[in-house]
Design a protein around this ligand. Structure first.
Ligand SMILES: *Cc1c(COP(=O)(O)O)cnc(C)c1O
Length: 398
């Protein structure tokens, strides 16, 4: 079905940070399946691990213990502030699990009959009905009404507005089960969370025993330069959702919770494919390789370099760009309102120059390359982007 506005390009092969189309043209991949291909394309360790797993056992039901799933849960909890993990297959599905968990928390811990979930404007939480309702962008709701009940929205990073909404909702007693937030808004325009705002939200949630849930589907698993996005903000949420980068290209999603937020009983939530041996082998391999190859300091270094290179580009074209923002290898190049081009137009022009990029809204060009990207690739990416930009100008500068 026609659910995607696709580029007329079919990618058929990949190696590291490079992909090739049907015609044999090569592209530098700064999209990585939108923050998915953590280790790059056709990574040897992931190939070997999955080939071995394929020869051993592919899928079994969650009716039985799944050792690979137990190992991946142990790997996640050992490296985070969480104690238990539920596995599924995508970001939206992980957020659905979080929303159900939040409602149970509202009923059982706060004694609320019709619990509310507060989420941010310009957020993105996925396309299933509850996840898209949590998404604070009316354009994603349009045509799919009625939306799911029990969601309220506030402007991101706005402490006063958040406090006001919470006060209104709770004027007559407990009403709010959870606050759902991205530590950095990805799709919404690459907007990093403000530590002061998050500290205040954490404090208010703790005082009232409201669950604080972070959607780390895009920023989690090393992309920010820390393993988890919450480490960038200095606050611990009660739960996080993961997906995109966790399987390095193999579909997997997860909800990780602290013991105090572990409200699911047997039979209350499930997923047929969730946490099957193939997906968990992929997740285990990604986490293992992030450590073995010291990818966290690498992402920090590459993120700084990319930010530097993009800042220099901004300085050379002040009539086009407003600036650069992001964490690690999730960076957004922000176009001026009067730039005369939109982010989708610039992305299209970059494709012609052999560079894959993805917009984050109408005025932000997003860089989310594989975490294994090297300095020479980043310099090449910025050169390609500059060629694309110059090609878009009616009067190229001397
Ligand atoms: C991509 C994304 C989702 C949705 O993930 P799917 O796997 O497409 O369902 C949810 N939250 C955030 C922050 C995302 O970036």
């Amino acid at each position: 079905m026609d659910t995607y506005a696709r580029f007329p390009v079919a990618l058929v092969r990949g190696r590291g940070v490079w992909v090739w189309d049907e015609a044999g043209s090569r592209y530098l991949d700064c999209v990585a399946g939108i923050a998915v291909n953590t280790l790059g394309h056709s990574d040897g360790s992931l190939r070997r691990a999955l080939a071995r797993q394929l020869g051993q056992l592919q899928h079994v039901s969650n009716l039985y213990r799944i050792p690979e799933q137990e190992q991946l849960a142990a790997a996640i909890t050992a490296r985070s502030c969480f104690d238990r993990v539920f596995f599924c297959n995508s970001g939206a599905e992980a957020n659905e699990a979080a929303i159900k968990l939040a409602r149970k928390h509202g009923h059982s811990v706060r004694g609320i009959e019709q619990p509310l979930i507060l989420s941010a404007q310009a957020s993105f939480h996925g396309r299933t009905l509850a996840a898209v309702t949590a998404t604070g962008q009316p354009k994603y709701h349009q045509g799919f009404e009625p939306m799911v009940q029990g969601f309220r929205y506030f402007p991101y990073n706005d402490t006063a507005a958040f406090e006001a909404l919470l006060a209104t909702c709770e004027a007559g007693g407990p009403q709010v089960a959870a606050v759902l937030l991205e530590p950095l808004q990805g799709e919404g325009g690459v907007i990093p969370g403000d530590p002061a705002f998050f500290a205040r939200v954490r404090q208010l949630c703790s005082e009232r025993r409201i669950l604080l849930i972070f959607d780390e589907v895009q920023i989690g698993v090393g992309r920010s330069g820390r393993l988890w996005g919450y480490e960038q903000l200095g606050v611990e949420p009660d739960a996080i959702t993961l997906a995109k980068g966790l399987g390095g290209g193999f579909p997997i999603g997860a909800l990780a919770v602290k013991a105090s937020a572990d409200h699911f009983q047997p039979g209350e939530h499930a997923s047929t494919f969730g946490g099957n041996p193939m997906a968990c082998r992929a997740g285990l391999t990604v986490l293992e390789q992030i450590e073995r190859r010291a990818l966290l300091p690498h992402v920090q270094a590459m993120g700084s370099l990319l930010q530097q290179q993009l800042s220099a580009l901004v300085a050379r074209h002040p009539e086009r760009f407003e600036g650069v923002r992001g964490w690690g290898l999730l960076q957004g190049l922000v176009l001026r309102a009067d730039a005369g081009i939109t982010a989708p137009e610039l992305v299209r022009a970059a494709l012609q120059q052999g560079l894959l990029l993805v917009p984050a809204g109408p005025s932000v060009v997003r860089f989310v390359p594989p975490l294994v990207i090297q300095p020479r690739h980043l310099r090449h990416a910025v050169r390609c982007l500059e060629s694309a930009l110059v090609g878009l100008k009616p009067q190229p500068q001397a």
